[in-house]
Design a binder for this molecule. Structure first.
Ligand code: FAQ
Length: 329
């Protein structure tokens, strides 16, 4: 129960001859690499695509707190606990920047959250997989944040100003997150035999779901062509997935771990690794709501929203009282 209803056309890119004069001016501005700002005119589909993508991105940050949040109380040392707490808190901040960027497009945060809770908007597929033990927290930081950064670095150059600016700070923080994950993996991979086995097991389970984060293969990506023409996306899903594999394989070798994809191999000619795609049937099943943790994740978010009603009501009552006092002065 988590279909997407903030639909954008996904029907291909309009030729200049099919555009109105206003649309042609807009495209020319994008082609000159100028930023689009909230008060500028923009095509309805550009706005809808941004609301879908930024909204999904914001939801991912917030839902993404859940698999790691579970481990704050179980972190093995006080230092690891403090670091993980800070990281999970950062993800809430990322959600807030992104909801704010999305609000500049004329949709409220409450509306976005309502759509998430009703299963009308997506969040990243990766967060429907469980974190079973401490090594998974290392693998999430290393692989999931690693994949997130690979995707987000290019989004700093995205055409919509508020989104591009939000990404600058998010990328800085994500790179700290990735390093904390790698630091956990280093500890585990150089630890006892049992710890090494845990590190390998975490990698085995999270490798393919991490590759899915970049979205379906380019041939099945309905939005890429138009999003790239509008410079909402700068690279294709497959380009970024390839970069991620190329960046991650040497890190894996350094850890002394084995890639769960037996066919992964350096290809001198292309200057990158050959690798096996994830199981795309599994990816689309997760998107349809049938991943291991979809139900649990949504239930946790809806509960958090419902249980926070008294805080929101209290803040509103306080704000109204303050406004009435100022008005009376
Ligand atoms: N999960 O045509 P495309 C993070 C959907 S942040 C779920 O290729 P597009 C931080 C897509 O919406 C991670 N759905 O779509 C963190 C579309 O649905 P529709 C989130 C997916 O938009 C770390 C359909 O499939 N990052 O992790 C996924 O051009 C650790 C067709 O796909 C972002 O959101 C997926 N993986 O490209 C937090 C980055 N992939 O509308 C806590 C911004 C695709 O047809 C702990 N987003 N879909 O029903 C993007 O760059 C793009 O939206 C893509 C997808 C690349 C994700």
């Amino acid at each position: 129960m988590y279909a997407q209803m903030v639909k954008t056309a996904g029907t291909g890119v309009k030729k200049p001859s099919e555009m109105t004069a206003q649309e042609r001016d807009f495209q020319a501005k994008i082609d000159r690499n100028e930023k689009i700002e909230p008060k500028d005119w923009m095509p309805d589909d550009y706005r809808a695509t941004l609301i879908r993508q930024i909204g999904q991105h914001a939801h991912s940050e917030i839902v993404g707190q859940l698999p790691e949040g579970n481990w704050i109380t179980r972190a093995p040392t006080l230092e690891r606990k403090a670091i993980l707490l800070a990281k999970v808190q950062d993800e809430a901040g990322h959600g807030l920047y992104l909801y704010s960027a999305c609000e500049t497009l004329g949709v409220s945060r409450d509306e976005l959250l309502d759509m998430l809770h009703q299963g009308k908007m997506k969040y990243s597929s990766i967060f429907n997989y469980p974190t079973l033990n401490w090594a998974d927290i290392g693998a999430v930081g290393w692989l999931v944040d690693g994949a997130a950064i690979m995707n987000q670095v290019q989004l700093q150059k995205t055409s919509y100003g508020p989104y591009a600016r939000a990404m600058v700070r998010i990328c800085k923080e994500e790179s700290f997150h990735q390093r904390q994950g790698y630091s956990i993996m280093m500890k585990m991979a150089t630890g006892s035999k049992a710890q090494q086995a845990m590190a390998q097991d975490a990698l085995n389970r999270l490798w393919f779901p991490s590759l899915m984060m970049f979205g379906p293969p380019d041939k099945d990506s309905v939005h890429s062509a138009q999003s790239m023409a509008w410079r909402i996306k700068i690279n294709t899903n497959d380009e970024l997935r390839q970069r991620f594999v190329d960046q991650t394989m040497p890190q894996m070798e350094y850890l002394g771990l084995t890639c769960p994809d037996p066919s992964v191999k350096w290809n001198e000619d292309k200057g990158g690794y050959d690798y096996t795609d994830p199981d795309w049937d599994e990816f689309f099943a997760v998107l349809r709501g049938n991943g291991p943790c979809n139900t649990e994740r949504m239930a946790a978010r809806v509960d958090a929203w419902d249980n926070g009603a008294w805080v929101r009501d209290g803040l509103m009552a306080h704000a109204n009282k303050k406004a009435a006092r100022v008005a009376a002065e």
